[in-house]
Design a binder for this molecule. Structure first.
Ligand code: ADP
Length: 678
C-alpha cells in the first residue's frame, strides 16, 4: 500500500513538473522527470531501485547507492547476483552501516510483465525496540521463575524444622504431667499445624507456577479419602459449634482411579473455607456421581454453607492468588488468599472447574464435577455409619506393645528427626540405633541385625533409595529386613513408587506417635513384642459388659459357629459394630473362600498359607474361634511345608467356613439392625 502511495506521489510529482513545463509550453525532458523523481526519492523514503522488464537498472536513489556502492558500475541486475537475491528476500542486514532493512519487491504493472521495484526500509530502531522488549520479558520470566523456585525451596526447607517442632511437642504432650505445660504445648501444636499448612500452600502455589505440579492417578478407596477429610474437618466444625453433615450416595462405586491426594486437598480447602467463613448454622458436604462412559464416573462434589456469602461483584476476585475479599470485615480470619486459586488450578489440571453460587449474607455453594475411573463398582454403602464406627475404634487406641528385645535402625541426616522417633518410641522400650546418612547406615547394617529400618528419603551423599539398593546387594544380616521410607512429600502414587524401589511401606512426615507405633507393630516379628494387656480390673469390667451385650444378641438368635462374647469383644462392645463385622465377613466370604480353594487346587501352598493366615484373623474377628484355630494350624503347616496336614484338614476347614457363612447370612437376614427394629 505504502509502495503504491509513494509511486503515486512520484507519478504525481512527475506530472506536476510535466504540467508546469507544459504550461510553459515546453515539452518535459526525460532528464527533468528524472531530476524530480530523484529529488523526491532521495528524501528519506528508504533505499529504492527500479528495474525495467529486461532487468535494466532504470533508477536508484542515494540511499540505495550508499548501501550498494557497486551499483554505479552495473547496467543490468544480472551482473550483480548478490543484489538479485534481494528480490526474493524479506530482510537485509548491512553490517557496514549496522542497519536492518525490511525488503519489499513489487511489479509496477499488475500482470507482472513490466518493471520491478525494490524498496528497502530501515527497521533498525523498530527491531531494537522489539529485541529490548523480548529481553525485558525474558528477564521478567527468569525473575518470576527464580522467585517460584526460591519459594519452593524455602517452603521445603521450612517444613523440616516445623516437623521437628511438631514431633518434639507431641513428646511433651505425652510426657508432661502439669496441666498448664500441656496447655502451652497444645498451643504450640495448633500454631505449628497452621504454619505447616501455610507453607504447604506456598509450596503448591510455586509448583503450579513453575509448571511442576503433577497429577498422579492411582487406584483409591473413596471412603478412605472421605474419612480422612472428616477427621480433619470435624474438630474445626466442633470448635465453632456448627452442624456438619456429609451426604454420600450409597451406590457410589467404592474403588476409583484418580489422584486421591489432590482430590482430598481440594475438598479440604473448600470445606475449611466453608467453616472459616460461617459463624453459625451448618456445612453440608455432598458427594454424588453419574455414569461417564468407558468405565468412568463423574464425581459430583458440593459444599454448601450458611456463611457470610460473597457479593456478585467480588466473585471474580475469588481465584486471584493472594487476593482476599472484604479484608476489613475478614481481618480476624486467618488466610493468605491462596487456597481457592490453588483449588481452581488443581481442578483445571484434572480437566475440571470450580463453580460458585453465593447469596451475600445467606451462604455459598462451591461445587465441581470430576471424571474418575472405576476400578470396582461395589457400592460404598452407608458411609456415615461406617465412619462413625471406625472413629470409635480409633478413639480407644492406647499404647499397645512393649518390645525391649527389638532393635531398629533410624536413618536421617537431620538429628532432630531421629530424636523425635526416639522420643515417640520411648514407652515401647525398643532399642533404637541411629545413622546420620546412608553410608553410616550401611556400616551399621554390616555388623548388626535389625528387626526394622526407618529410612529418610532425601539425604545428602547417597539418598534413601540408593542406600536401600546397596543394602539389598551387600552380604549381611539385613538383606531381608523390612525398610520403611520416611518422606516429606505425601504425593499420590508415592506408595507404589517406593514399593517398586524395594521399600516395604512408607510414612509421611511429620511422624506422629500413633501411626508410627501402628506401622512398627505391623512389621515387627511376632516374637519380638508383647501386647500390653488392659489393666486387670478394667479387663474384668469389660468382660462383664461384653457378656451382657452378648446375652442381648443371643436372645434374638442362637449361634452355633460363633462365640458371641468373643465377637462382641472385637466389636468393643458395640452391637452396631458387631453387625458391621458380620456384614463385612459376608461381603468378602465368596472371594476369600475362592482364594483358598483355588490356591489349594493349584497346589500353590505359598499363597495358600497367606490366605489361611488372613482367614485366621477374619474368623477370629467374628468370634468363629474354632475355624480361626483350624486356620492357624493350616498356616503353621503351610510355613513348615507340612503338605500332608494341609491335605488332611483342608476339607474340614472349608466345611466349617461354609457353615459359618451360612449362619452369618441367616442371622443378617432374620435379625434386623437395631435402628430398624420398633
Ligand atoms: P483465604 O486464605 O483468604 O481464605 P482463599 O483463596 O481460600 O483465601 O479464599 C479467597 C477469599 O474468598 C477469602 O478471603 C474469602 O473472602 C472468600 N471466600 C472463600 N470461601 C468462602 C465462603 N465459603 N464463604 C464466603 N467467602 C468465601
Amino acid at each position: 500500500m505504502i509502495v503504491l502511495v509513494i509511486i503515486l506521489a512520484v507519478l504525481l510529482a512527475v506530472s506536476v513538473v510535466f504540467n508546469l513545463k507544459l504550461s510553459k509550453n515546453k515539452p518535459p525532458t526525460v532528464d527533468s522527470v528524472h531530476a524530480a523523481t530523484r529529488e523526491i526519492l532521495n528524501h528519506d523514503v528508504g533505499a529504492v531501485l527500479i528495474l525495467s522488464d529486461s532487468e535494466q537498472i532504470l533508477f536508484y536513489n542515494n540511499e540505495f547507492e550508499q548501501l550498494f556502492p557497486k551499483i554505479a558500475a552495473v547496467a543490468n541486475i544480472s551482473e550483480f547476483p548478490a543484489l538479485r537475491k534481494l528480490f526474493s528476500a524479506k530482510e537485509y542486514v548491512s553490517e557496514e552501516l549496522s542497519k536492518i532493512y525490511e525488503i519489499r519487491c513489487e511489479f509496477l504493472d499488475e500482470d507482472g510483465s513490466a518493471s520491478r521495484f525494490l524498496w528497502l526500509t530501515d527497521i533498525t530502531s523498530h527491531y531494537k525496540t522489539n529485541k529490548n522488549l523480548q529481553e525485558l520479558k525474558d528477564m521478567a520470566d527468569a525473575a518470576n521463575k527464580a522467585k517460584s523456585n526460591f519459594l519452593a525451596n524455602m517452603s521445603h526447607e521450612i517444613r523440616t524444622p516445623i516437623n521437628t517442632i511438631l514431633g518434639m511437642d507431641e513428646i511433651i504432650i505425652r510426657e508432661a504431667t502439669e496441666k498448664p505445660i500441656i496447655g502451652y504445648a497444645e498451643n504450640i501444636r495448633d500454631a505449628s499445624t497452621t504454619l505447616l499448612s501455610l507453607v504447604n500452600d506456598l509450596l503448591d502455589f510455586s509448583k503450579i507456577e513453575c509448571g511442576k505440579m503433577e497429577i498422579l492417578p492411582v487406584e483409591y478407596e473413596i471412603a478412605n479419602v472421605l474419612s480422612e477429610i472428616m477427621n480433619m474437618i470435624e474438630i474445626k466444625v466442633a470448635n465453632k459449634g456448627l452442624e456438619f453433615t456429609p451426604v454420600v450416595a450409597e451406590d457410589l462405586p467404592y474403588l476409583l482411579y484418580g489422584d486421591d491426594v489432590r482430590l482430598r486437598q481440594i475438598i479440604i480447602n473448600i470445606l475449611t473455607n466453608a467453616v472459616k467463613y460461617t459463624k453459625e448454622g451448618s456445612v453440608v458436604l455432598k458427594v454424588d456421581w453419574k455414569e461417564a462412559g468407558d468405565s468412568s464416573i463423574n464425581l459430583i462434589v458440593s459444599v454448601t454453607d450458611t456463611g457470610i456469602g460473597i457479593k456478585p461483584e467480588d466473585l471474580d476476585k475469588l481465584f486471584v492468588s493472594f487476593e482476599r475479599i472484604e479484608e476489613r470485615r475478614n481481618r480476624n480470619i486467618e488466610g493468605t488468599g491462596l487456597g481457592l486459586s490453588i483449588t481452581k488450578q488443581l481442578l483445571e489440571l484434572m480437566g475440571s472447574d470450580l463453580n460458585v453460587r453465593s447469596d451475600y449474607g445467606v451462604g455459598s455453594t462451591f461445587s465441581f464435577v470430576l471424571k474418575q475411573g472405576i476400578r470396582d463398582r461395589k457400592p460404598i454403602g452407608k458411609f456415615r455409619e461406617k465412619y462413625a464406627y471406625s472413629r470409635e475404634k480409633h478413639k480407644k487406641y492406647r499404647t499397645t506393645f512393649v518390645a525391649p528385645n527389638a532393635r531398629i535402625l533410624v536413618v536421617d541426616d537431620n538429628a532432630m528427626n531421629i530424636a523425635v522417633v526416639e522420643g515417640l518410641l520411648k514407652s515401647t522400650q525398643i532399642k533404637v540405633d541411629k545413622a546420620s546418612g546412608g553410608l553410616e547406615a550401611l556400616d551399621l547394617c554390616a555388623e548388626n541385625y535389625y528387626d526394622l529400618i526407618l529410612m529418610d528419603h532425601m539425604m545428602p551423599n547417597i539418598d534413601g533409595i540408593e542406600t536401600l539398593h546397596r543394602l539389598k546387594e551387600m552380604d549381611g544380616p539385613n538383606q531381608d529386613t523390612p525398610v520403611i521410607v520416611l518422606t516429606a512429600n505425601a504425593v499420590s502414587g508415592a506408595k507404589e513408587m517406593y514399593e517398586a524401589e524395594g521399600f516395604i511401606d512408607y510414612m509421611s512426615k511429620p511422624i506422629q506417635g500413633k501411626p508410627l507405633e501402628e506401622k512398627i507393630l505391623e512389621y515387627l516379628p511376632e516374637n519380638r513384642y508383647v501386647l500390653v494387656e488392659y489393666d486387670k480390673v478394667e479387663q474384668d469390667i469389660f468382660s462383664k459388659l461384653w457378656k451382657s451385650i452378648a446375652d442381648e444378641i443371643t436372645a434374638d438368635y442362637q449361634f452355633e459357629q460363633i462365640d458371641v462374647t468373643a465377637a462382641v469383644e472385637s466389636a468393643e462392645g458395640s452391637k452396631e459394630t458387631f453387625r458391621f463385622l458380620l456384614e463385612s465377613f459376608r461381603d468378602n466370604a465368596a472371594k476369600n473362600k475362592n482364594d483358598i480353594i483355588t490356591s489349594y487346587e493349584a497346589e500353590d501352598y505359598t499363597n495358600y498359607t497367606i490366605y489361611v493366615h488372613a482367614l485366621k484373623s477374619t474368623s477370629k474377628m467374628v468370634g468363629a474361634l474354632v475355624l480361626s484355630e483350624k486356620a492357624r494350624l493350616l498356616e503353621m503347616a503351610g510355613k513348615e511345608q507340612n503338605i500332608d496336614y494341609i491335605k488332611e484338614s483342608h476339607e474340614e476347614a472349608i466345611d466349617l467356613f461354609d457353615k459359618l457363612a451360612e449362619e452369618v447370612n441367616d442371622y443378617l437376614t432374620k435379625v434386623k439392625p437395631e435402628s430398624e427394629q420398633e
